[in-house]
Write a protein that binds this ligand. Sequence first.
Ligand SMILES: C[S@@+](CC[C@H](N)C(=O)[O-])C[C@H]1O[C@@H](n2cnc3c(N)ncnc32)[C@H](O)[C@@H]1O
Length: 292
Amino acid sequence: MSAPAMIAHLLLERLTRHCLPRTPEDQGVMEAAEQVAAFADSGREQGILAYIYLFHAALSLPVIRSGDRVLDLACGPANQLAQIARLNRDCQFVGVDASQRMLGLARDTLARENLDNVTLRHGDVTCLNDLAAASFDAVLCTMSLHHLNDVGALTRALAEVRRVLKPDGGLFLADFGRLKRAATQRFFAYDRADMQSAPFTLDFLHSMRAAFSFEELQNALTDSRLDAHGYHTALAPFMMIFRSASRRELDPPLVQRVQAAFRQLDRGLQRDFDNLARWFGLGGLPLPCPIR
Ligand SMILES: C[S@@+](CC[C@H](N)C(=O)[O-])C[C@H]1O[C@@H](n2cnc3c(N)ncnc32)[C@H](O)[C@@H]1O
């Protein structure tokens, strides 16, 4: 990523008053074979999303307690879910997705990683009828809310979160934020085009266009009476994280597992991780533990 070009885009975002309207995803539920495969491949070991998955996993740790039952909404191919489940072996995870094709890949991910603390369910995050009220200690959702059709669907999904989450449970939501300018959206989508597949690049661009704004997500959380503090990457909400209050201190063995996962990333991905951590740190959200 060219730092001067990125800073120029971020400054222009600050100076621009009007925000582009949202363009919902053509495919909310991801079933198209090419798109699903491109997304899943990007999240495998040393894939282009691997550093984001470790970053989200590290940032989610304070809201998950030992022994928790944790729901991952719209888990996709479970690359993110597997990363979090590996770090929290003493918790039980349930991944839900509305795409059978994604769930098929998620089953492969879990089998390959030999993870026995995750189960998968087919379901729509806006209507989780078969999950009982107050049956989860924590709820996670990463890079998926922008797949919902509109603010109404977002509010329905968050109302379901509120229903299935125990009082004082943990909440971790991470997603792209809506940028104001088409040029900034294209900059981020195409910045790594030479390192990612063409379907992934297109998918990324659609995600940028479909992202909810920081305020839309914040208001939907307030309407759903969910308590979470929102942060975004400094200067502009390329990515945003909403997280409830911390529920635990990270003990040394857990920190060592995070650090070991970081060491497994190749040099380029470690650099990307550091940059994202710095960018969120400038936005007020530091890492919960040292990464080295
Ligand atoms: C971009 S993927 C993200 C997957 C995963 N959370 C991650 O971080 O890698 C978005 C996922 O949301 C799923 N999805 C979209 N709308 C959904 C809905 N209404 N209910 C459940 N899953 C949905 C899609 O099928 C897809 O698997």
